[in-house]
Design a protein around this ligand. Structure first.
Ligand SMILES: CC(C)(COP(=O)(O)OP(=O)(O)OC[C@H]1O[C@@H](n2cnc3c(N)ncnc32)[C@H](O)[C@@H]1OP(=O)(O)O)[C@@H](O)C(=O)NCCC(=O)NCCS
Length: 155
């Protein structure tokens, strides 16, 4: 998927503000560009009102996803810290699910580091834990954190 206009700049602004550097989860611009070159990856931006931003309007959040045969994976989701707790993350999940359904997905998947408070949001949406990978992530300080895999029937 080729990003429109300045979408990549707006996505990267949220990426840089939205992820705690302690966990090393943020992707750099090249990683996002490379993912979007693959036909299966796509993204969505949200403005502060939760809907798509108008041209030139700042993004308050984004998701990045990968679409496979009957499954779609949420690769990343982030909301600017100043805009959290207003439903933007939930709106982005709903948009991701709608896009996945349009592409024929039966199931949604995601993986997160154990302890991420985003788990509450995911569970509220309908995701349930289906697996874990002990010590899967290595943080910049060298410590290890489990990865937890969640799945949800595509609503
Ligand atoms: C996860 C995230 C996208 C949620 O965005 P959001 O716009 O705040 O989401 P919503 O307003 O729709 O829902 C908020 C709910 O998510 C949960 N939540 C998610 N992250 C939270 C956090 N850092 N602190 C507290 N609650 C959090 C809470 O249950 C909250 O519900 P509440 O407002 O009723 O307490 C945002 O916290 C974020 O960008 N986190 C950092 C990036 C990240 O870890 N992404 C997930 C892994 S890729």
């Amino acid at each position: 998927m080729t990003p429109h206009g300045d979408d990549l700049d707006r996505l990267m602004a949220v990426m840089q503000a939205g992820f705690d550097p302690a966990y090393g989860e943020a992707w750099n611009r090249r990683q996002v560009e490379d993912a979007l070159l693959l036909g299966q990856c796509s993204y969505g931006l949200a403005a502060a009102h939760g809907g798509e931003p108008a041209p030139g309007e700042a993004a308050a959040g984004f998701y990045l996803s990968r679409h496979g045969y009957e499954e779609a994976e949420l690769l990343l989701i982030a909301v600017d810290p100043a805009q959290r707790g207003k439903g933007i993350g939930g709106a982005l999940l709903t948009r991701f699910a709608a896009e996945a359904r349009e592409r024929g997905a039966q199931r949604l998947l995601l993986e997160m580091r154990r302890g991420n408070p985003a788990e509450t949001l995911y569970r509220r949406f309908g995701f349930e834990q289906i697996g874990q990978r002990p010590n899967y992530y290595r943080t910049p300080d060298g410590s290890r954190i489990d990865a937890v895999t969640f799945a949800c029937i595509c609503p």
